[in-house]
Design a protein. Structure first.
Lengths: 305, 429
């Protein structure tokens, strides 16, 4: 469509009345795209509003949070809440709560990755007697509500003298107690071609070698989605630490957060919200670093499973 | 989502602990192991509360340990809701801490299941306590809890909100009609910018006080309802003409303001509730000063008021250190220095020794002075509430709010509450 090749056609480019299906479809596409983006932006704004509210409130004095105060803006913005939040609670520093949460969350990630991947390998690749029975039993634990086992579990750990340690919170992770992750990895491994480990076996590799050199590298997406989920779940867990930990020095963040709000006395919503903002940061960072894998991990399972 | 999960948890814990608790219980009577300064015994103490209370309790524990070198106290704390989930699990597992801060509404439940130590069998000095107060920690002649502190019902108001409207501050001697007129005046003069108050007929304890004013028992001694449907109808009709006007804040506004109270959000001029909420209201509203006056009554000589233990100290029935536990409880409720540490943050100290040894200033003084001013009207504290009382209280509030929404008539609301209450009492008896 150069002007030198067909000069007579040049006016039609600017003359609107001439029917041009191509240019109209571009226009429609543009309009559609604009509407889509506008709608998406509005939705995002709605979805993000609570987050924005939280961040704005974390800078406001306690008496301006909630109640009749609907505006996001305040004339009394200050960092006081963050100072109070970082002060700690009852002599325990906030850094300590962060460290505890981090120990629990990283422990959960390491434990789950180690135990779930090995168990998944056994279920997916080794044909041992009773395999489907055990697999069924594992799936059955998925259907068992957590609340049913709270008391029996507590009694066991109480008798073993393990209450007020991190053992009750972490031991399950190191023993592939999270059936969901084992199942996720089994499904992922079943999608990997069996020819790969057959070839390795012909070359003389045993199970350990096949698992370490063939399976693990291929399972990266599944391992990463497992890490993300188990990190976030452990970071947000409230009930487990509440029941098993007694010493305030061992409390993770979710327990500490609740201590700012006491309906029977006075509630410091400002400090609680400021601490929530701080508590969200590690999860957010963790998610941002690994988020491209999470989509990969989930979608590849969908394709191959 | 959190509600559903929370509900499931509570149900699971509740059911399981109910089963487990019935199997527990023991009757050992030794005074337990004792320690020495070289080899101290360690007792666990747990409480609910915020940062402020944790700080104060730590100081009290340090003081106790310096005075009692043969005992070490391990303190730990959680928030109120989590506190009871944890206690239910521990009770089922047999691992309740030695000494615990306790709430009146859970006393009968745990006491009847033999989870709590009969404090009458150990040495705790209760000479400095009002005789009318102690029965609230007793069930069938056994003392399970010692009150640390008391609270009483009162009408809060913010003088700074009344002055610009040209409304005189109340002096606290008023009938229900005068109180209603006051609420209406606030709503009318402010043109709806400020509501008079929340509908006080939705507050169970206020109803309880009204019953006492009319010499009716809320519960009979065998745990049945002591009042009739007509009484409740009369009560809910008290504010019948106020609902829907600016005298009473509409229920949807109350919901919007939650978790803050309407009074704490500066939406109302008054609030009828316990006097130990003062610090919370001051913090929430940012008000300079709040005042307390007695509740209305049609009989000026009978205000129906009483002191209620705002919290109690209890010990686990299974504690190995009964003697140490008793000494710690005695110290926490009686020692004047402990009073100096806590001031009124637990409520007004219940023991006279502790109360007299504490200097109260500012807000603290206001609350203490209020309780002093109503002294001559005080009647016996109620017995520990029946099992399931929390549910009854909550359904009272819920049904009263339906009344305010206009979803129910007074007759319908009364029938609905009586049905729930009678079912619940039948289940638990």
């Amino acid at each position: 469509m150069t002007t030198t090749a067909s000069p007579t056609h040049a006016p039609t480019d600017t003359a609107a009345p001439v029917y041009n299906p191509k240019s109209e479809s571009v226009g429609v596409k543009r309009a559609k795209s604009a509407i889509f983006h506008a709608a998406a932006l509005i939705l995002t704004a709605i979805v993000l509003y609570p987050g924005l509210w939280m961040i704005a409130s974390s800078f406001k004095p306690n008496s301006e949070i909630g109640g009749q105060n609907t505006s996001l803006w305040s004339n009394n913005f200050s960092f006081d809440n963050f100072v109070t939040a970082m002060d700690g609670i009852g002599g325990v520093s906030t850094l300590q709560f962060f460290t505890n949460s981090l120990i629990l969350a990283l422990g959960a990630v390491v434990g789950t990755i180690l135990s779930a991947s090995v168990s998944a390998y056994a279920f997916a690749r080794i044909n041992f007697p009773g395999r489907s029975l055990f697999f069924g039993m594992m799936i059955a634990t998925l259907l068992l509500p957590f609340h049913v086992v709270i008391i029996p579990q507590y009694i066991i750990f109480q008798q073993l003298g393990l209450v007020d340690t991190y053992v009750p919170l972490l031991i399950g992770k190191f023993l592939a107690g999270d059936a969901f992750f084992v199942f996720l990895m089994v499904q992922f491994m079943r999608g990997l071609p069996a020819e790969l480990d057959e070839a390795a076996r012909i070359d003389g590799a045993g199970h350990a070698r096949i698992f370490g050199s063939i399976m693990l590298p291929l399972m990266k997406p599944a391992l990463i989605s497992t890490s993300i989920f188990s990190f976030i779940w452990s970071w947000n867990d409230f009930l487990g630490p509440l029941l098993y930990l007694n010493t305030p020095e061992k409390y993770p963040l979710p327990l500490a957060l609740r201590l700012f709000v006491d309906q029977t006395q006075s509630s410091d919503y400002g400090a609680m919200i400021a601490m929530s903002v701080l508590a969200l940061l590690p999860v957010l960072i963790f998610f941002l670093i690994f988020q491209r894998y999470i989509v990969e991990g989930v979608s590849t399972q969908g394709l191959k499973g | 989502m959190i509600n559903r999960r929370h509900f499931l948890t509570t149900v699971a814990i509740g059911t399981a602990s109910a089963a487990a608790l019935s199997a527990c219980g023991n009757g050992s009577s030794s005074s337990g192991q004792t320690g020495s300064a070289e080899k101290p015994v360690t007792i666990n103490y747990t409480w609910w509360g915020n940062d402020d209370r944790a700080e104060r309790t730590r100081k009290a524990i340090a003081l106790f340990e310096s005075k009692n070198p043969d005992i070490k106290v391990n303190g730990n704390f959680t928030d109120f809701a989590g506190y009871w989930q944890k206690r239910a699990t521990e009770a089922a597992g047999g691992g309740l801490p030695d000494v615990m801060q306790w709430d009146l509404s859970y006393l009968r439940d745990y006491g009847q299941r033999n989870q709590l130590l009969d404090l009458g069998t150990v040495k705790i000095n209760t000479d400095a306590f009002e005789k009318s107060l102690l029965p609230s920690g007793q069930i069938k002649g056994k003392t399970y809890g010692i009150p640390t502190s008391t609270n009483a019902f009162a009408v809060y108001y913010d003088p700074a909100k009344l002055a610009p409207l040209g409304i005189a501050e109340p002096d606290g001697s008023w009938s229900y009609k005068e109180f209603n007129d006051f609420l209406t005046q606030v709503g009318t003069k402010s043109n709806g910018a400020l509501y008079g108050g929340t509908d006080y007929t939705g507050v169970w304890w206020m109803f309880n006080i009204w019953l006492r004013q009319n010499k009716i028992e809320a519960f009979t001694s065998d745990g049945k309802l002591g009042f009739s449907k007509d009484d409740l109808k009369k009560w809910w009709n008290l504010t019948g003409s106020l609902r829907g006007t600016n005298a009473i804040i509409p229920e949807d506004r109350v919901t919007q303001l939650a978790p803050k109270s309407p009074f704490g959000s500066n939406a109302t001029a008054t609030e009828v509730t316990w006097d130990n909420f003062m610090a919370g209201y001051l913090g929430d509203s940012g008000a300079k000063e709040l005042k307390l006056v007695p509740v209305p009554s049609d009989d000026p000589d009978n205000l129906g008021l009483f002191l209620k233990p705002s919290m109690l100290m209890v010990a686990s029935a299974k504690t190995k250190f009964k003697d140490a536990a008793a000494r710690f409880i005695d110290f926490m409720v009686n020692d004047p220095e402990v009073g100096q540490i806590f001031k009124t943050s637990r409520g007004v100290p219940a023991s006279k020794t502790q109360r007299d040894g504490t200097t109260f200033e500012g807000t603290d003084k206001l609350v203490v002075d209020y309780e002093k001013s109503i002294e001559k009207y005080l009647k016996d504290a109620p017995e520990p509430p029946i099992v399931g009382f929390g549910t009854l209280e909550a359904s009272f509030k819920r049904i009263a709010s339906d009344l305010n929404y206009g979803k129910l008539t007074v007759d319908g609301a009364t029938d609905a509450w009586f049905k729930e209450a009678e079912d619940l009492i039948k289940q638990n008896s």
